[in-house]
Write a protein that binds this ligand. Structure first.
Ligand code: FES
Length: 105
């Protein structure tokens, strides 16, 4: 686990980009908990941290593709985005950076 940010750095219902292990990671604070995905949308690189967070999904601001925040799976068409485990330790947020997402064969 790598320190990502403080709890107060991410308002409820929003995402913020951090750089961990040379990867740009979007950390989300949803009503149901904390999540982390690769920051770039696999479609055309849209900024997922700037997307709308609803329930357990984020909507890419460029072309409205949706991704499950917990798994990175597309909710509809498209490729998955890598999802990363998040852990809160007091007021600090830690992320375990996963391998890049693979497209199912
Ligand atoms: S870049 Fe995200 S949906 Fe197109």
């Amino acid at each position: 686990m790598t320190y990502a940010c403080r709890v107060d750095d991410v308002p409820l219902g929003e995402g913020r980009v951090v750089t961990l292990d040379s990867r740009r990671i979007a950390v989300f604070r949803a009503s149901g908990g904390w999540y982390a995905l690769d920051a770039a949308c696999p479609h055309m690189g849209g900024p997922l941290a700037d997307g709308i967070v609803c329930d357990r999904a984020v909507i890419c601001p460029l072309h409205d593709r949706r991704y499950d925040l917990a798994t990175g799976a597309p909710l509809g068409a498209g490729e998955p985005v890598a999802a990363h485990a998040v852990e809160l330790r007091g007021e600090r947020v830690f992320v375990l950076v996963a391998e890049p997402a693979r497209v199912a064969a």
